[in-house]
Design a protein. Structure first.
Length: 103
């Protein structure tokens, strides 16, 4: 199976990845990051833990009927990853500033 990773920003590393698409000859699925507080669970999204931190990943098979739902999930994943990245950046910045004040 071939895979394609989708990122919110550079650098292209796992912390900035919001989705991953894996495709074979007759099959494919999309794995994406979620925010538990804002994600609307649905029957087609399976809970798994492989590409993203445990509990923050969902997967859906790629089938024509589910394309609108997949696009909604991708939009959620993109925003959830950006928010997570910003939150981590702000925490690191605050820690650095606190460290510098103590010196």
């Amino acid at each position: 199976m071939e895979k394609l990773s989708l990122y919110t920003q550079k650098p292209l590393e796992p912390k900035n990845r919001f989705a991953l698409i894996k495709c074979g000859v007759n099959t494919g699925y999309i794995a994406f990051r979620i925010n538990h507080n804002t994600f609307n669970e649905n029957d087609n999204a399976r809970k798994v833990s492989w590409y993203f931190k445990q509990g923050t990943e969902r997967r859906m098979n790629i089938i024509l009927e589910d394309i609108p739902q997949i696009l909604q999930c991708l939009e959620h994943a993109y925003h959830a990853t950006l928010e997570r990245s910003q939150k981590n950046h702000n925490a690191a910045k605050k820690a650095w500033e606190t460290r510098n004040k103590l010196q």
